[in-house]
Design a protein around this ligand. Structure first.
Ligand SMILES: [Zn+2]
Length: 221
């Protein structure tokens, strides 16, 4: 019998803890539900959860911006694990666009983008966000370069990646037109020490939703 081998020296959990919160798209509420036939003399509870699909670290699928597009349960699970290249944009000025040249330079430490890679954009937004500030963002030309290089999944530590003021959301549409899911609001990308890691993330196989929170783990060799 043969099972896959998997060795790593360090793991970083890139997901945020989902704690009770309010917000139209990001709410998270829990309630204790009475048990019909509780055991005697033992602690035993069931919890009901109500949450927005965009709460905490979450993945968006094409249905988010493409009518009748695939919902989360329709996505291929193999998109959610594999080698990931980290683009370090932690020095990029807030609110400024990122050019294809900046992308190409940021891809060098990870050995360039390979077909089937997962891409991670590190902005250190969890450290740098201030009220009213806008994160750096890729130009659509730069994002197209990455899409054409063959990435299968994109993860970012910001709540979005579109062009400020452009409500046609060209970057979202570019990704979803190519079936590439987008993970938003990652944490601790700054804790990674290597520019290429093994990423494992899986959303619940939830039907009829455009987005759902998920756990994202990065493994360094
Ligand atoms: Zn979202």
């Amino acid at each position: 019998m043969k099972v896959p081998s998997f060795a790593y020296s360090r793991m970083v959990d890139l997901s945020r803890t989902i704690a009770p919160s309010e917000g139209r798209l990001i709410h998270y509420r829990t309630a204790r539900v009475p048990v019909d036939d509780p055991p005697t003399d033992r602690w035993y509870i069931t919890t009901s959860i109500e949450m927005g699909g965009h709460a905490g670290t979450h993945v968006e699928g094409p249905l988010h911006a493409v009518q009748d597009g695939p919902a989360i349960a329709d996505l291929n699970v193999e998109r959610f694990f594999g080698e990931a290249i980290v683009f370090d944009f932690s020095d990029a000025p807030l609110g400024e666009p990122l050019s294809p040249e900046q992308f190409q330079r940021a891809a060098e430490p990870g050995g360039g983008v390979r077909p089937g890679d997962i891409a991670l954009f590190r902005f250190d937004w969890d450290q740098r966000a201030t009220a009213g500030s806008y994160p750096p963002y890729p130009t659509t030309v730069a994002l197209r370069w990455l899409v054409e290089a063959g990435i299968k999944l994109l993860g970012i530590d910001t709540p979005g990646l579109d062009i400020p003021g452009d409500r046609s959301l060209p970057n979202h549409h570019l990704l979803f037109a190519h079936g590439i899911p987008l993970i938003e609001s990652l944490d601790r990308l700054g804790d990674l020490r290597q520019p290429r890691v093994y990423l494992f993330a899986q959303p619940l196989p939830a039907a009829e939703t455009d987005a759902i929170p998920l756990r994202v783990l990065a493994f360094e060799g």
